[in-house]
Write a protein that binds this ligand. Structure first.
Ligand code: GLA
Length: 388
């Protein structure tokens, strides 16, 4: 499937610019096994890059102007790198403008280039197509101009680009898109950015994503609000316990002892974060021991927290998680990513996936009138140069 994508991208480049691209870059989307909304709370997360990618083709053009074409959208933009970088009404271009802005801010010198890209990462499904866009684009510029930017810095600059667009996200998406490895999940310590790879072996179960096919418009504002609520919760805890520097250092007793100083919402958000940080440790242990049923239970617990305490789920995703809970073939499920739509991640008995999809799709359609999508993803490598 990705071969068709890669060939389509290079053929398009050739037709448009009259020669083969200098570099072809593949940049993946990501899943997250567990550790949701805790990257910006100094917790651990357990994501992995997947086999859904954006393919970019690049060449230097020896001018000051760069031309960038989104093949799928049949849209392009041109940008003179000497001009001030500003927002544009074509939303997709802002992620790339944000990357160029970062490069300029950091004083990198480079000239114009031509770039085309195509993607098979569903947009708005919580698979981080924007991180793949930022990181793949930056990776390509880094390659053609030999800027010597290290992979982790590519992720950090990608994150800054996303902030520039308006989402105050954590580091998880960009980090996993850049650093992913085949068949490995990455345990990232979001406080220090230390990381380690763990075997993505789910024994008799496979990972199945069920896409609600909805993306509620509150996403950006609610995401940023959650972040502020967590900052507020932590600052209340710190007043009583100055030695605490992040939710990582808190336990439920610390929180209970300041409950009367907090609104109910701030308490619920903080409670979720402390529990989720602890759950990732248990989940990683379960995965390493091959105790997939335990991992599954933890996923269900995370969902409950995200839905009832952190309040970032929605009716459609809650429905999908409740529906699979009744199925013997599913041992764990939860909403994945930022929330308010997108996908649920499910641990499903190998061989039972197709029957499950058929059954849940019917139920989902009769409840919401929306077509369910599903993806059987493979855990794959991070952003790389593709060589024939
Ligand atoms: C989005 C953000 C990430 C992370 C997740 C929730 O994907 O980009 O940084 O916070 O939501 O875990």
């Amino acid at each position: 499937m990705n071969t068709i994508l890669i060939n389509g991208t290079t053929d398009f480049f050739q037709r448009n610019f009259g020669n083969a691209p200098e570099k072809i870059i593949l940049s993946p989307g990501r899943i997250n096994i567990i550790g949701e909304h805790i990257d910006y709370n100094d917790g651990f997360v357990l994501p992995a890059a997947i086999d859904k990618i954006i393919c970019f083709a690049f060449e230097k053009n020896n001018t000051k102007t760069s031309k960038i074409i989104a093949i799928d959208l049949d849209e392009y933009f041109e940008i003179n790198l000497d001009d001030e970088i500003t927002f544009d009404e074509k939303v997709w271009t802002n992620y790339l403008r944000g990357v160029l802005q970062q490069l300029k801010l950091k004083g990198f010198q480079f000239d114009g280039f031509n770039c085309v890209f195509r993607s098979n990462i569903p947009v708005g499904s919580g698979l981080s197509s924007s991180a793949a866009l930022e990181c793949g684009f930056l990776f390509g510029i880094n390659e053609i101009f030999n800027l010597n930017i290290k992979p982790v810095d590519i992720a950090l600059m990608g994150q800054k680009a996303e902030h520039w667009v308006g989402i105050n996200c954590g580091i998880m998406d960009q980090f996993s898109s850049v650093m992913g490895k085949e068949n490995k999940v990455i345990k990232i310590d979001c406080r220090t950015l230390e990381f380690e790879y763990h075997e993505a072996n789910f024994s008799d179960y496979s990972i199945l994503l069920l896409d609600s096919n909805v993306k509620h418009s509150l996403f950006t504002s609610a995401y940023n609000t959650r972040r502020e609520e967590c900052e507020e919760g932590l600052s209340i805890i710190k007043k009583k316990y100055p030695e605490i520097s992040s939710f990582r250092d808190c336990n439920i007793t610390h929180l209970q002892n300041v409950k009367d100083k907090m609104t109910e919402n701030i308490f619920k958000r903080s409670h979720y974060v402390i529990q989720e940080i602890a759950r990732v440790g248990k989940a990683c242990y379960a995965l390493d021991k091959g105790n997939i049923p335990l991992l599954g239970e933890l996923l269900f617990e995370t969902h409950k927290g995200l839905s009832q305490e952190y309040e970032v789920s929605c009716d459609e995703i809650d429905f999908l998680v409740d529906a699979v809970k009744k199925e013997k073939s599913v041992i764990g499920a939860r909403m994945m990513g930022g929330g308010f739509g997108g996908c649920s991640i499910n641990l499903v008995e190998k061989g039972a996936e197709d029957d499950l999809i058929e059954k849940i799709a019917k139920q989902y359609h009769s409840e919401f009138g929306i077509e369910l999508k599903s993806y059987k993803v493979k855990i794959s490598k991070g952003t790389t140069e593709f060589k024939n």
